[in-house]
Design a protein around this ligand. Structure first.
Ligand code: PMV
Length: 305
């Protein structure tokens, strides 16, 4: 059988505005989705996220991969995700990337990185309707990436690893609805929205500069600033604002929602010793963890079943 593992992601700066042409900064994280693909008499997709948002699109993606090659999809796919579904941490993108990689390896269909991203993006579109493509790109390539629609993704080499706190609000977010909500501001105030896109690009560049310098305090301040702008644009809510405040009160140097918002997760810059912050958040009932960036991208290999 063929096995592939693809990581989830966090968006450090530029979500939503990236859909409208701004530059975003994103990184893969230390949580992933594993897909095992093996030949079988009839097509079957099994997932530990039984009613997850990506299950049906995964089935459709599988069909389309085989339809493209005019081959019957006689394959069993087992999906095991350690990324909470609907948490804004890229679980659906990681599923699509891992599934595409595993099936392609099983069938001997060669795909280079852009080809893999394009094929997996077909499935991601079924989940999020009009995604920018940032999630599948980061999951496939891994590492830290500057991303702008229509341009080749720019991988960034960090001189040293950086730790980020990730905390799931416990509420699923609806990316399609949130994109439409934030986009409605563009319709109402096009010039203002265009200025916000320019400022998001600048914030992404500045966040990258701080990552490269290793200036945790400045990176944290930029995160809190980004959260305020995203809130004004309609992506936050009381629960996410409260979680950002809690991260900061618990010792983070700054925090923001990550991904679509309206639910999903928050990221923060932890202090030197992040463990007490994670403990405090866990005591309040949040699923929190520390990820070091950079983490790797998709990996695929043949295993004996
Ligand atoms: O679906 P999420 O929560 O990972 O958010 C993706 C980021 C957005 O900018 C809101 C949408 C996109 O496709 O870029």
């Amino acid at each position: 059988m063929a096995v592939a593992e693809a990581p989830g992601k966090v968006i450090i700066s530029g979500e939503h505005f990236v859909v409208h042409g701004a530059t975003a900064l994103a990184a893969s994280i230390n949580r992933s989705v594993r897909v095992e693909a093996s030949h079988s008499a009839k097509p079957e997709v099994v997932s530990n996220l039984r009613d997850g948002e990506s299950l049906l699109p995964a089935k459709k993606l599988l069909e389309s991969l085989y339809r493209e090659r005019k081959v019957a999809p006689n394959v069993k796919v087992v999906i095991t995700s350690e990324i909470p579904d609907g948490a804004g941490l890229g679980s659906s993108a990681a599923t699509m990337v891992a599934l595409t990689a595993a099936v392609s390896l099983l069938e001997g269909w060669y795909r280079d990185m852009p080809g893999l991203i394009k094929a997996a993006g077909v499935g991601e579109k079924l989940v999020h309707v009009n995604p920018s493509g940032i999630d599948v790109t980061v999951s496939a390539m891994g590492g830290v990436i500057l991303f702008r629609v229509g341009q080749p993704p720019q991988p960034v080499v960090l001189p040293r690893p950086v730790r980020l706190l990730v905390a799931y609000s416990g509420r699923k977010r609806d990316t399609g609805r949130l994109i439409a909500k934030v986009s409605s501001m563009k319709d109402a105030f096009p010039a203002l929205f265009s200025a916000l896109c320019d400022s998001a690009t600048l914030a992404s560049q500045m966040s990258l500069d701080q990552l490269l310098k290793g200036d945790a305090a400045a990176l944290g301040k930029l995160m809190t600033y980004n959260h305020a702008v995203l809130g004004r644009a309609g992506a936050s809510n009381a629960r996410l604002d409260g979680l950002v405040d809690l991260c900061i009160a618990s010792g983070c140097l700054g925090a923001k929602l990550t991904g679509a918002g309206g639910g999903g997760s928050v990221i923060g810059v932890p202090p030197e010793n992040g463990a007490p912050v994670v403990e405090k958040l866990k005591k309040k009932g949040y699923n929190a963890f520390i990820t070091e960036i950079p983490c790797g991208g998709v990996r695929a290999w043949i295993a004996s079943s």
